[in-house]
Design a protein around this ligand. Structure first.
Ligand SMILES: [Zn+2]
Length: 228
């Protein structure tokens, strides 16, 4: 490949030239940087090579709540200590891979401690809702009044409408049910729009972001863990 062409690709996509047929070192997915055009490039550059966008998104989610996703003993150790969302591009592929692995092991152990659970949801923020009857109908407005809605992502398993869940908030354990669940997939997608539409599969799979409307009015901390 001509040098000028590599430079052109690098400057126009903000990604170093990725040879055709390259794979993501974390998940083995094929990286398309040139074959499908610049704007559908799925490669993201780290310090020593490219990974796919899906793996980068997983890394970002885990790094946002790093001190909850990593065991205490590893949180202050290098390279994990200096890994953060802002400097993800300075991380090496190997560090990213071992970080994902450590988080996965810790997640499995945390779920196993709960006994009969198979999934875990991480909370980013919490809302109390009071939807208007004119927006959602009288019956749903009554059902959802003052209920707690969690926004976050599924780290393992799946969470769907009707599931009984367990929230562990420090010493408190709250057993409740998911009244409604919505997947977040783009910037225009808001909680209010989902409440009004009340459509879709109402299920969040692993690594999906979204909202869980709970059958509880009890406020919890966003460091609480949600299990299914
Ligand atoms: Zn990948």
């Amino acid at each position: 490949m001509a040098e000028w062409f590599k430079n052109f690709v690098e400057s126009s996509t903000n990604t170093k030239y990725v040879p055709l047929g390259s794979k993501c070192t974390l998940c083995d997915k094929k990286l398309n940087c040139l074959s499908t055009g610049f704007f559908s490039c799925n490669a993201v550059q780290l310090a020593d090579g490219a990974i796919c966008k899906t793996c980068q998104e997983k890394l970002m989610l885990l790094l946002q709540s790093k001190n909850q996703c990593l065991p205490l003993a590893l949180q202050e150790k290098e390279p994990y200590f200096s890994m953060c969302v802002e400097n993800i591009f300075a991380t090496t592929q190997e560090n990213a891979k071992t970080f994902l692995g450590e988080c996965e092991i810790f997640c499995k152990e945390t779920i196993a401690q709960q006994g009969n659970c198979s999934g875990m949801f991480r909370i980013e923020h919490i809302n109390r809702i009071k939807p208007k009857a004119t927006d959602v109908g009288i019956a749903r407005a009554q059902k959802l009044k003052d209920k707690i809605v969690l926004y976050g992502y599924v780290q393992a398993g799946k969470f769907k409408k009707g599931d009984c869940i367990k929230i562990v908030d420090g010493m408190r354990v709250i057993d409740t049910k998911i009244l409604e669940a919505y997947v977040y997939d783009c910037e225009e997608n808001t909680l209010n729009a989902n409440l009004k539409a009340n459509m879709g599969k109402q299920q969040l799979n692993t690594w999906q972001k979204g909202w869980l409307c709970l059958d509880t009015e009890t406020l919890i901390n966003n460091t609480a863990l949600v299990f299914v």
